[in-house]
Design a protein around this ligand. Structure first.
Ligand code: ATP
Ligand code: MG
Ligand code: FE
Length: 338
């Protein structure tokens, strides 16, 4: 079965053709990062406009690169939640138009489920159940993936997402948006024991995360050092901060793995590209006899292939939408509602 996947939830306009949820035939992405970088973060209004301009070209590219035409597509999958509402609406309406004019089924896909599905593309043998740490720009979730479309949230962040915490601290350290990527590179050169930072946890909720205090601690250390005229080693601060964030992520993930008796540990989302997080999870999984999976680096961030992959499983579960499909800025990953 050949699915066209469309993604426009944030600052990437993306489309892809995927076969049977596992084989990528094409993957076309138009990123707006350069433009948002001027403002230090995503400007929602600009994002919507750029999606409008890019979407038909990106979808055409995806079909051309796959050597296929709309006629040979079996279903159209689209990210409908969660994300920037104006940005989501562009993809949803474009997909609705395509579905209506071709008579193909329209499959609504939750963005976090799509991030998880990037692993199905990377590991054709991977099947649920597994425990998944979803770490992205806007979310940090520990999810019990019971089946492709049956997911339970075990814990999540109470404040900042891991990606957001990386981006905000990186910005204060003078790095360009999205700072998480740059911070990871700079941290490779630093000493992660140079600065003392907390490893916050949430009382009574061992699978929940809290990153805002940790982020504020770094911002304060920078501010105070500058006020005192001291120089700050950015590589050392970046390394200490990255270590603290990763320690929190790994600690809770291991607790959840023990509690659920998971045999497979999966990570997903933009922050799953973080080199320390990948190394640490791989090591702790080897020590505990767990299988570890993380997406191919080019599938960690937003893309259409992951949407098409999850779309295959949503379609198989009967999740098909009519022309009344609407975008949702927020929606639980557990929800199937359309
Ligand atoms: P969400 O998926 O929650 O809706 P999003 O789609 O904006 O948010 P993603 O595209 O999944 O987020 O991921 C982008 C985030 O990943 C950014 O915060 C970025 O800084 C972060 N990121 C990317 N690469 C790395 C890395 N190597 N280390 C740390 N963070 C990274
Ligand atoms: Mg993005
Ligand atoms: Fe994302």
């Amino acid at each position: 079965m050949r699915i066209l996947g469309i993604e426009s939830s944030c600052d990437e306009t993306a489309a892809a053709v995927v076969e049977d949820g596992r084989i990528i035939r094409s993957n076309s992405v138009a990123s707006q990062i350069e433009e948002h970088r001027l403002y230090g973060g995503v400007v929602p209004e600009i994002a919507s406009r750029r999606h409008c301009e890019a979407i038909s070209g990106v979808v055409n590219n995806a079909l051309d690169d796959a050597g296929t035409s709309l006629d040979e597509i079996d279903a159209i999958a689209v990210t409908y939640a969660p994300g920037l509402i104006g940005a989501l609406l562009v993809g949803v309406n474009f997909a609705k138009g395509l579905a209506l004019s071709t008579g193909k089924p329209l499959v609504p896909v939750h963005h976090l489920r799509a991030h998880i599905a990037a692993n199905y593309l990377t590991f054709p043998e991977l099947t649920p159940p597994f425990l998944c740490l979803v770490v992205s720009g806007g979310h940090t979730h520990l999810i019990d993936v019971r089946n492709y479309t049956d997911l339970r949230v075990l814990g999540q962040t109470r404040d900042d997402a891991a990606g957001e915490a990386f981006d905000k601290a990186a910005r204060a350290m003078g790095m360009p948006y999205p700072g998480g990527v740059e911070l990871d590179k700079v941290a490779e050169q630093g000493n992660d024991k140079a600065y003392k930072l907390p490893r916050p946890s949430v009382d009574g909720a061992p699978f929940d995360f809290s990153f805002s205090g940790l982020k504020t601690n770094v911002l304060n250390q920078l501010h105070n050092a500058r006020q005192r005229g001291e120089t700050v080693s950015i590589p050392n601060l970046a390394a200490s901060y990255r270590r603290a964030v990763v320690d929190c992520l790994v600690r809770n993930t291991l607790l959840a793995a023990e509690e659920t008796g998971a045999k497979k540990l999966v990570t997903a989302g933009g922050v799953s590209a973080n080199s320390l997080l990948r190394r640490e999870l791989k090591t702790v999984c080897r020590e505990r006899g767990l299988s570890f999976y993380c997406p191919r680096l080019d599938l960690c961030g937003d893309n259409g292939a992951m949407v098409a992959a999850q779309g295959f499983y949503e379609y198989a579960a009967g999740n098909v939408a009519g022309p009344g499909l609407n975008a949702r800025a927020e929606l639980s990953v557990e929800s199937l509602s359309v």
